[in-house]
Design a protein around this ligand. Sequence first.
Ligand SMILES: [Zn+2]
Length: 367
Amino acid sequence: MYKPSFNNIENQSTKLNPFGKATYKCPICENPTVHISIKNSFYLESDPDVDLYPRKLTWLKKGFEDYYPRNYYMCYCSMCSFTSGYHLFEEPIKDCTITSYKFKKTMKNLLSEPRIKMVAGYLSDNFDGRSNDFSQAFKIHYLALFELLQIEEIVKNDSLNLGRYLLRLAWLFRDIAKNDILKNNFLPKVKSITQWLKKYWPDVPKDEDICLKKALEYYKNALEHSTAITTEHNLIMAILLIARLLMKNGQIPEAKWYISQSREIISKLEKSINISKESIEKTSEILSDIKRMTMSVDDVRNIFENYWALYEKKQLEKGRNILKIYKNKPPEKIREILLANKIEHNLVYTLVPAQVHKKGGIFSFFS
Ligand SMILES: [Zn+2]
């Protein structure tokens, strides 16, 4: 992954300036683009939520508590309006179905279309790289998304970045939702932004829930169609992220399926090692890869266990309520009803166990 070098802008010597500056070459118009963000040395993000949203932000230097480093994620070119996550900016598509040449050409044409220009103009109006204003952060995230959504190949095949940006947008919604001042201040502004956008973008994602669901959709689509997911490692990472988003979304059985897929990929990889054919270096490389992947899978599985326990508890509650209603029906019929109500198969048998022969029957005679 490309890591930009951050330099102080206003004052190198004081070390009190939280802003870092990096200059990138715009991949569309080739002009230098300055991107401003908060220096890593100023803050620490921790306590990740299941979808990796860092719930805790600790400032390592005092006086910057009003800043939200995530608001500086997007890099915006003021010359052509192209916007992208800063670490993807110079190479917004990599190993994708669409070539860099075609992406550049298509995006260049799009950015000169009046309709796109109108939206870009609105979303980047008075853009100030240093501002910590949430409405600006929302606007610039919407702009990056809107631009990518115009390219069919991206939507159909190479939708990883769409998933990424939607997840980031969901996090911005969560940031403002958990702070009353931010919520009162920015939620009405975000509503007016999405209201404005509706004319050009009818299904503009307008809350956290929709952003998460759409992110999930695009990640799943990329998993199926993107040529950018080439190695087993990338594949596992994509699958685990999908499992995390499914858990966040309350789709627990589906998350279970994805986690089991990740384990299958690892076990296939383990079986494929042919010690007699591969060199020692190659074998040990694969083994250390497997070790890393297994650790990532185990992390997600540990989180999953808590979600599963809670899910089972809810399922049993729901099942017991159904039992109360249909208690006079024969066991087979009750099981059918439980299954029709999406109660897990094994839990159906916990709720309505297989018949045990009554004492005094023919079996007691032989015992
Ligand atoms: Zn540009």
